[in-house]
Structure formats: C-alpha cells, structure tokens
Design a protein around this ligand. Structure first.
Ligand SMILES: [Zn+2]
Length: 82
C-alpha cells in the first residue's frame, strides 16, 4: 500500500516554480494580447506586465496589456487565431 496520493503527482507537474505563466486572476482582462516576435517593445511590456501581476498591481497589468494591444506592427494581418 503506497501512501502516495495519485492526485499529488498531477499537482507536482504544475509546479509554479517551473512555469513562466502566472496564475490567472479574475481582475485581469480576459485575453492578454500576444507580443510580436522579435519586438523589443512588446517583450519589455510583457516583462512589465508579469512583474506588475506578480506584485498584484492589476491596473498596471491592464495598462501594459493595452499598450501591447495597441503597439503597431507591420504584420498586422499576421495575427490569426492560433
Ligand atoms: Zn510590439
């Protein structure tokens, strides 16, 4: 008889220390915009967004996401649903 609970294994697979994705909060906008690959501005905004989210500064998170969404790129038509 193993004392291990099988549910614990599934939980261990989702160790928050090994994932870059922060937990979802109800206060956040529903769909975070996807940064353009190779765009330094978008990458910086994503980092700011993650940092603000880690601190619980949701207004800042929303601000960063709005900036991300409105950041102009040449490949506007390339944004298709994945
Ligand atoms: Zn950008």
């Amino acid at each position: 008889m193993s004392p291990n609970n099988p549910i614990r294994e599934g939980h261990a697979m989702r160790d928050p220390l090994t994932t870059m994705t922060p937990p979802v909060h109800l206060a956040l906008p529903p769909d975070p915009p996807e940064p353009d690959e190779g765009c330094d501005v978008c990458a910086a905004l994503v980092e700011q967004c993650a940092a603000a989210e880690a601190k619980g500064d949701f207004s800042k998170v929303t601000d960063c996401r709005v900036e991300l969404r409105h950041h102009p790129h040449r490949r506007a038509s390339d944004r298709k649903s994945t």
